[in-house]
Design a protein around this ligand. Sequence first.
Ligand SMILES: [Zn+2]
Length: 497
Amino acid sequence: MRILVGGMGHESNTLNPIITGENDFVITRGEDMLNPNWSTQSSAAGIIATLKAAGCEIVPVLQARAVPNGVVSAAFYQKTKAEFLQRVRDALAAGPIDGVCLPLHGSMKVENLGCAEGDLVGSIRELLPEIPFTAALDMHGTITPELLRTVNGFAGYKTAPHIDCAETGALAAGMLLEALKTGKRLYTAYRRVPMLIAGEKSESEAEPMRSLIEACRQAEKRPGIRAASFLLGFPWADNEHNAVSALVTSLADAGPADPAITAAENAAEELAAAFWQRRKDFVFRSEYYDSEGAIKAAYQAVLEKKEHPVFVSDSGDNPTAGAAGDATDLLEKIVATMDTVDKLPTPLLYSGFYDAPAAAACIKAGVGATIDTTLGGNWDTVNGKKIPLRLEVLKIVRDFGPYKSDLVFAAHRNIRFTITSKHIGFGDEKLLPALGVNAADYCLVAVKLGYLEPCFRSIAKRAIMATSRGCSNEVLETIPYKKVRRPLYPLDRDMEL
Ligand SMILES: [Zn+2]
């Protein structure tokens, strides 16, 4: 069997003014996708491993991915889509294709197009009518009518932070293989739950997500059902389709009265109702305050309670949620209290800022130099200002990671900053070690992140979340949405389903 694999993955934050373009994406083409070292924790890796184990011939097209950021450039999307479709035509010229399994995110937005996965899969479907088609999606995917019309079977991540990407890919590929081997058809039942949830209220280890995901696992044990998923939508995209989705895919062999179809419909109905019933139980897991309150609580924890290290998440400007990475709400509160910062027993570590001009200026000056520059406010000019700082350059790393960002470690009085030349995430466990920095050595660590990644959580004596201003503002009720379909909880609190 020949199975087509490939896709584009992006989580696009429509509040962020940055346009995500060619330089932000990494594209893996054709056979390079089959390299066993490629993206091992991804849904693509799970799909490929499953198909390989089943002895399929994999037709790898291309996979484009970028760090969450602002919407994707229309020119880049159209060019990449055209290349994708040409590769599908080339593969078809070499022989028939039996099935399609795509690793996608589900919340990619493109300039002038909006939700883009439906457009991509629709164009692929035109070239490959009839054959079974499955997709692995991120938990923050958004379901659109085009996606539902085209894709026969869906599997979504069950964990946040996402640690089951490969398993989700394996589930999507497994459903496809079963459909092909048995000749049965994949059927997906869908229910919209009119809700949006801040990312930091929906960790899968905490209630109510833990129980709701367990309900999905139980549903998957019912006869005929192959995958049950909640997709939460993406709260920082102002889009008419944004909402929570309950999706249940089953394998059916008869007509509309097939019990597997009824089972999927019933399970989707029950899961959606269970989710809605728990809507008021979604709360922040860690202690949280606005930026001023958060930094005050952190000072108190360090200076009076001698806690070390204390983490403060600058959650409103989290680049891994697509925020700009240069908002300065929290930094302004820190700079306003420099006398306290100077009294801290170790420097305050701030990781970090996406500021290409500041990184370039530091690199030009070189290690050991001191320069007057600014941090922040290049992109997010609503929540960020250019904050003047005198920086001593301590360390420089060039071309870090898959996105080849330069990294700078610099000091301003008793603060140490990491500064990146590219828009990358600050939860990357390799970033600080690359600069020779151990977060555990610092009494207070501010990080542009929401919930702490395991590398930070494992060392944090205390984790405080700043509900700071920025493009990943966790207080959804304060975001001026214009396009989302109302009523929508929690924007409309008294609504009924
Ligand atoms: Zn996600």
